[in-house]
Design a protein around this ligand. Structure first.
Ligand SMILES: C[S@@+](CC[C@H](N)C(=O)[O-])C[C@H]1O[C@@H](n2cnc3c(N)ncnc32)[C@H](O)[C@@H]1O
Length: 193
């Protein structure tokens, strides 16, 4: 979730919930998420793992804070090594992380996820997150970067159906050892068949 600098951190811990249609869009683009083991390290109120439930996904959740849903464990993903240990046992890390000022927290979340060699990573980020010279190590210079799924509809972060003002996309990195075919670009929308 992005807010303007002056309105930054309107919610504690940058807690905004992802709508289910955005998760459906991710699974359409990455069908191997179905029937897999997924770690959600910034799970919030479990919006993502709940939406993944219909795809027979086994999920493990953590977050720096407990809101209305009980996580498997509570942890600061950026400092707690248990998070990396759990990720090592999973097929995917899937999250909409906190973004922080100028997306700096989001960058740290991606960098930390990529410390796990044998895991695929999907992060919901702003549509231009891959722009900028300081992120070349995550994209242009990263052989794990497998693609971007642009969301053609805007997510409602307010939970009231009112869409936000920002475009978002899923960014995908593959596990080390998977064949490298270069990144692919996809476009998905709310309610697409
Ligand atoms: C944008 S919300 C997304 C919640 C959930 N992933 C979703 O998509 O509905 C970001 C979440 O990151 C959590 N968070 C913030 N900093 C964190 C950290 N250092 N480690 C783990 N979770 C963190 C917040 O508590 C919040 O639940």
């Amino acid at each position: 979730m992005t807010v303007t600098a002056s309105k930054y951190a309107l919610r504690e811990n940058d807690h905004y919930e992802t709508e289910a249609w955005a998760v459906d869009a991710l699974v359409r683009a990455c069908p191997s998420i179905s029937n897999s083991r997924v770690y959600e390290p910034a799970a919030g109120n479990h919006a993502i793992v709940d939406a993944l439930g219909k795809y027979n996904v086994e999920s493990i959740t953590s977050d720096i804070k407990t809101y209305d849903q009980q996580h498997d464990f509570e942890a600061d993903y950026l400092t707690n090594d248990q998070c990396l240990d759990v990720a090592c046992e999973c097929d995917w890390i899937v999250t909409n992380p906190p973004y922080g000022r100028q997306n700096r927290l989001a960058v740290k979340f991606v960098e930390r996820a990529l410390r796990v060699r044998r895991v695929n990573v999907a992060m919901l980020l702003t549509a231009k997150f891959d722009f900028g010279k300081t992120r070349r190590h995550l994209f242009a210079d990263n052989k794990r970067f497998a693609g971007k799924v642009a969301l053609l509809d805007r997510i409602s972060w307010a939970g009231n159906g009112k869409t936000g003002t920002e475009d978002h996309a899923w960014y995908i990195w593959s596990a080390i050892g998977d064949p490298y075919n270069g990144p692919t670009m996809r476009w998905e929308a709310r309610g697409a068949a």
